[in-house]
Design a protein around this ligand. Sequence first.
Ligand SMILES: [Zn+2]
Length: 159
Amino acid sequence: MFICDRTLGKLAKWLRILGFETKYIKIYDDIELLEEVAKTKGFIFLSRNVKILKNIDPLKSYLVKSDSYKDQLREISKFFPPEWSKKLCTLCSVCGSRLQSIDKKEVKHLLPEYVFDHYDNFKYCSSCSKVYWKGTHLNKIIDEIIRIFPGKLSDSMRE
Ligand SMILES: [Zn+2]
């Protein structure tokens, strides 16, 4: 749904946390970058670089103005579909792949002992082997999103 260029790595991570399919392209060369963006159909290209955006269809791109990822998220929330909060934490924040629920015994070798003993709900990224669990970490993320978008998420999402 979104492509972020190299200036927007943190935004890309948060868009994935929110559940939006997001490509993060770390290409420095403008021509190579434009070629890569052209190949990716159906995505909105986000950049802070006015020069590069002159070469892209304004309907398929957006110039991000804010410095902080929180303001950036608010700025581009006009592109979010209604009910977007239902997709929260369905994608891997590192690589963007879809997460799957997994039995904790299968990922025991990847977890700190404390986490294995105290949590039961785990999600796993089969692309990069990152494990996520419902608990303090997820609650921190939800708190952060409640701060960025007041009134959008309910406290009931916390566990
Ligand atoms: Zn991953």
